[in-house]
Design a protein around this ligand. Structure first.
Ligand SMILES: C[S@@+](CC[C@H](N)C(=O)[O-])C[C@H]1O[C@@H](n2cnc3c(N)ncnc32)[C@H](O)[C@@H]1O
Ligand code: SF4
Length: 458
């Protein structure tokens, strides 16, 4: 049992024997904590006093050519022909109102188009989307920009559109180079398709290629996982993300299996695969940036920061499912996973008038405590850790005074510490980094944890 400081402070103990795979915390508060904002807030008022000279622009494209068995993202597989066009028209209405609400001085320093699968859109629609981002939103196409793709939709014509419009990073969800594994999670792709797609991306000379792989897939042995990883390494991607499989409610896999968050044997399988994958990447000259993210040692340092900083304040989201962050208010449209609810949210988005985009009705208003926890959480889960002076400058005290769980983490597991002091920083050790999905939820406030535990509506 870990030593505990709970005797003198009212703080939950950190349990080393708890499940390692509770929740992937990539932003805070989690979108599942969002709820109705009543009364509705006006977009212009929420953005009025925000710094707007270096915003992040995110566009969500909620379409895919398939619904993968593990996926609970806000997306719709194979919509009828007219829905993407209606969606694009609605997106343009939202752009007009958002630009007006932000005011003339707003500038974007980075952007990302994610999903779903943005390259599900035709080459012509992608071109229109990127052109409108510069014409209507005022996006400078020289700003670093990232677009997500999938092997089957990464065609030469679509990739060419992205390259010609200055996209600097292409991120492809591969998950596995093993055809049986892909089939087991309902992905219609072969290793050959994936290699060809990567060659097309490389052929066009995008500065940064990111590949996503998953571990813990059904029947995936360590040898098979490492074979996939070696296949990815043939292309020397600048970035690689290794995702532990989560089996979530309302997904195809979630309905087919009883494996869950309390299955410790499966935790052991995933952590063994993680360690094997990490060791291979480190031996191949990659550096670890967070539990999931690895960056090639000789890749330009700026490329990795796009994914890190997009979780910071000052994010403008467009499209259903996209989140937006101001200092105090985080907002989005309602969120769902099941096809009927996703479809109905998409339909109301596509039918929305310009005026409908002036109001914020769904989100989270951050208290001072939540702002402090956000800073601590997002810094700590990154290899560079939490800068205590930067924290004190912003919030007026040492982070351990405000977030007493940090003291628990500093004491937890004395034989192999999870968190250590390094100069003025608190930094996760490798034992801590591999427990990111337990430490992240541990650092959430009780209110957010409770709302997240309820999960998405169908
Ligand atoms: C935003 S998704 C985009 C993926 C892209 N549309 C594609 O081709 O799959 C980013 C990544 O999250 C990971 N992911 C999604 N659902 C997951 C789950 N249930 N468990 C683990 N990783 C997951 C996958 O690796 C995926 O590529
Ligand atoms: S993993 Fe990617 S391609 Fe598969 S359903 Fe989710 S967003 Fe679509």
């Amino acid at each position: 049992m870990a030593q505990s400081v709970t005797a003198c402070r009212d703080v939950r103990p950190f349990h080393m024997e708890g499940g390692r795979y509770e929740q992937y915390v990539y932003s805070y508060p989690h979108k599942l904590a969002y709820g109705p904002i009543e009364p509705a807030r006006s977009l212009a008022e929420v953005w009025a006093r925000e710094p707007k000279d270096s915003l992040f622009l995110y566009v969500h494209v909620p379409f895919c050519e398939q619904r993968c068995g593990f996926c609970n993202l806000f997306t719709f597989a194979n919509p009828n022909e007219e829905l993407p066009d209606r969606y694009m028209a609605a997106l343009e209405r939202q752009m007009l109102r958002t630009r007006a609400a932000l005011g003339a001085g707003a500038t974007f320093s980075q952007y990302a188009v994610g999903g779903g699968t943005p390259t599900y859109l035709s080459a012509a629609s992608l071109a229109r989307l990127l052109d409108r981002l510069s014409e209507v939103m005022g996006l400078d196409t020289r700003a670093p920009g990232s677009v997500e793709t999938s092997p089957v939709t990464a065609t030469e014509a679509r990739l060419r559109v992205l390259r010609e419009r200055g996209v600097t990073r292409v991120s492809m969800g591969v998950q596995s180079f093993d055809d049986e594994e892909s089939a087991s999670v309902g992905r219609r792709q072969s290793a050959r398709d994936v290699h060809e797609a990567v060659r097309r991306i490389r052929g066009l000379g995008f500065p940064t290629l990111n590949l996503d792989l998953m571990y813990g897939l059904p029947e995936q042995s360590e040898a098979r996982f490492l074979a996939s990883l070696r296949a990815a390494l043939e292309h020397r991607p600048e970035e690689l993300y290794l995702y532990p499989l989560y089996v979530r409610r309302l997904t195809v896999l979630g309905r087919a299996t009883t494996t869950g968050a309390d299955d410790r044997r499966w935790d052991d399988v995933r952590v063994a695969l993680y360690r094997a994958g990490r060791a291979l990447l480190l031996s191949e000259g990659y550096a670890q940036v967070s539990m999931r993210m690895f960056r090639r040692g000789d890749a330009p340092a700026t490329t990795a920061e796009a994914s890190y900083q997009c979780q910071r304040d000052g994010m403008v989201g467009l499209g259903p499912g996209a989140r937006s962050y101001t200092d105090r208010v985080h907002y989005s449209t309602a969120y769902a996973v099941g096809p009927q609810r996703v479809r109905s949210i998409l339909e109301s988005y596509a039918d929305a008038t310009q005026e409908d985009f002036d109001c914020i009705i769904w989100g989270y208003e951050l208290s001072d405590e939540e702002k402090r926890r956000r800073f601590v959480l997002l810094s700590l889960l990154h290899e560079s850790g939490l800068d205590c002076s930067a924290y004190a400058n912003r919030f007026g005290a040492d982070p351990r005074e405000h977030v007493p769980e940090l003291a628990e983490l500093l004491l937890a597991n004395a034989s192999e510490p999870l968190l250590v002091r390094r100069g003025d920083r608190l930094v996760l050790t490798s034992a801590g980094l591999e427990r990111s999905d337990q430490i992240g939820p541990y650092l959430m406030s009780a209110a957010v944890r409770e709302r997240v535990a309820r999960g998405p509506s169908a």
